[in-house]
Write a protein that binds this ligand. Sequence first.
Ligand code: ATP
Ligand code: LTN
Length: 327
Amino acid sequence: MTRVFSGIKPSGAVQLGNYLGALQNWVSMQDESEAVYCVVDLHALTVPHDPDELRSSTLSLTQMLMAVGLDPDRCILFVQSHVQEHAECAWLMECTAAFGELRRMTQFKDKSTGNEFVSAGLFTYPALQAADILLYDTNQVPVGEDQRQHIELTRDIAIRFNSRFGDTFTVPEAIIPSSGARVMDLQHPEKKMSKSEDSPQGTILILDPPDAIEKKIKRAVTDSDDEVFFDIDTKPGVSNLLSILGAATGKTPQEASDGIERYGDLKNATAEAVVELLKPIQEKYHDLADDPGETNRLIAKGAEKAREIASATLSRARNNIGLFSHN
Ligand code: ATP
Ligand code: LTN
């Protein structure tokens, strides 16, 4: 059976891009495959953070993942730091990745530029991500477009490890949706929407109330003509709305533009589709948030199941790379 793995950082409130680019696929892939999903708290340590906030975001993100439709009976859902194999395997990956490869990662450039403190962990982050993926003999990794480069690197690391030390890891492929793979900030359509950027008017949060969603979409940056068609280069704002509308209604951005003549109509249709899409998720989230004890129980069970798979892969890797074993 196909094994699926993906991760999301507890680095702020979940935004629409996370849902359309990744989580929607996570949910649908639960049934066709053996899916393993992870709240990657170790990755959230790579940038300055507040410890109490990290703890509470880890719990609330786990509840949000269940609210969007992950079902711990149909997938393995766990917190990265609860399975220590990730940190250990990351060291093997750091020693397999080349410095030059890590230096070429655009996420490192984006997240380090202009910051006073840049941790070494931010630089080696893709090696930890490779460990996450390879520990589970993963075939497919559902992610947004921004992660394509990291999955390519993971493939290169797996191939190099296998050729140096014998067949150890499965080589995974990225699964990226055709609509919604790169949702842009509504105020800065040249930048991707993200949960840690400080752009409240440009970011739609999954828990935003309907009137806030409508307001943000109505104020989204477009351009001065009033023609609705999809062309990212000349019409980035309009194309972003078409991508959102398409991803929210199961259409391509081009199909979504059918019958829409004016910007006002595009914004109304997009706002309505997003509000409808998020309504059931918001209701479920509020129910789950009332029972943190149940979430704790479920993620403890998830970690146990994840550890079983990860420890078998790690002992294979430890052995193949030449670490001495006393038994
Ligand atoms: P941060 O701002 O802390 O980097 P983020 O919002 O980019 O966070 P991640 O936790 O890094 O979110 O990513 C979780 C998943 O969501 C990844 O698969 C990523 O590709 C996807 N994703 C994030 N932002 C977008 C976006 N704007 N459009 C489509 N997919 C996205
Ligand atoms: N780097 C990813 C988050 C991430 C991930 C993973 C995604 C960490 N480990 C494993 C897929 C598979 C990000 O910044 N979105």
